[in-house]
Design a protein around this ligand. Structure first.
Ligand SMILES: O=C(O)CCC(=O)C(=O)O
Ligand SMILES: [Fe+2]
Length: 204
C-alpha cells in the first residue's frame, strides 16, 4: 500500500484465527486441485520463472489465475484467458485472485508482505488464503523484514494458512523445502513430481 506509515506495518499476533494452520483439505480434493494446476501450468500462460527488476530470477515457478500479477511492477493486470478454465471454482469466483507457486527443493521465497491488492482490500484486512500441497515447507513469518526475529512453522501438504485482519501485513517467506516429504499417495494419484505447489487466494 502506498504511503503506508511504519505503524501500519506493525502486526500483533494476538488473534490465533488470523494466522492459523490446520489440515482441512481432504486428499481427493487435493488431487483435483493439483491435477488442475498441473494441466493449467503446462499450457501457454502457465508456470514460468518470474524475475526481479534487476534481472535476477525468483527461485520458484509462478502462474496467475484470475487477475494477472506482474512481479516486476508489482501491479495487477487484466485477467488471462486461461482463467476461464478455473472459474468453475467458487472460491476463485469470490476471491478473484489466485497465484500458484511451484517450488523445487532449492526453491525459496524471501520475506515480503502481500500488499499489491487494492487499498480497500488491504485496509479491511481481507485475508490471504494459502493452500499447500506436495513437499512441506519451512514458512517464516513476523512483523518485521528480519529473518532473525521471525517465527517459523512447517506447512505440510493439505495445510491451509489464513492471514487476515491485523495479520494481513505480516512479513512471510519460504526458507526451505523439505525434500521427499510429500504424501506418497498424493504423488501417485497426481503424478506430481515430489515438489511443493502452493496456491494463494486474495481479494483484489
Ligand atoms: O509458498 C508460500 O507458502 C507463500 C507464497 C506467498 O507468500 C506468495 O505467493 O505471496
Ligand atoms: Fe506472500
Amino acid at each position: 500500500m502506498e504511503n503506508q506509515n511504519e505503524e501500519d506495518h506493525m502486526v500483533e499476533f494476538t488473534n490465533p484465527e488470523a494466522l492459523n494452520s490446520t489440515n482441512p483439505i481432504p486428499r481427493p480434493r487435493m488431487v483435483v486441485i493439483v491435477k488442475k494446476c498441473r494441466q493449467l501450468g503446462l499450457d501457454p500462460g502457465g508456470f514460468y520463472q518470474p524475475g526481479y527488476k534487476d534481472g535476477a530470477k525468483r527461485r520458484l515457478q509462478m502462474m496467475c489465475l484470475g487477475r494477472d500479477w506482474d512481479p516486476e511492477t508489482r501491479k495487477y493486470g487484466s485477467r488471462r484467458t486461461i482463467d476461464e478454465e478455473l472459474r468453475v471454482s467458487s472460491v476463485e469466483e469470490i476471491l478473484r485472485v489466485s497465484i500458484a507457486n511451484f517450488y523445487t527443493t532449492s526453491g525459496r521465497l524471501g520475506l515480503h508482505q502481500d500488499r499489491d491488492e487494492s487499498r480497500k482490500s488491504l485496509k479491511e484486512g481481507l485475508p490471504v488464503v494459502s493452500i499447500s500441497t506436495g513437499d512441506s515447507a519451512d514458512f517464516l513469518y513476523g512483523d518485521q523484514r528480519d529473518i532473525g526475529k521471525a517465527e517459523s512453522v512447517v506447512l505440510e501438504s493439505g495445510d491451509v494458512l489464513i492471514f487476515g485482519g491485523r495479520s494481513r501485513h505480516i512479513f512471510h517467506g519460504v526458507t526451505s523445502i523439505i525434500p521427499d516429504s510429500a504424501p506418497m499417495n498424493l504423488l501417485e494419484e497426481t503424478k506430481l513430481r515430489p515438489r511443493r505447489l502452493n496456491l494463494t487466494f486474495r481479494q483484489y
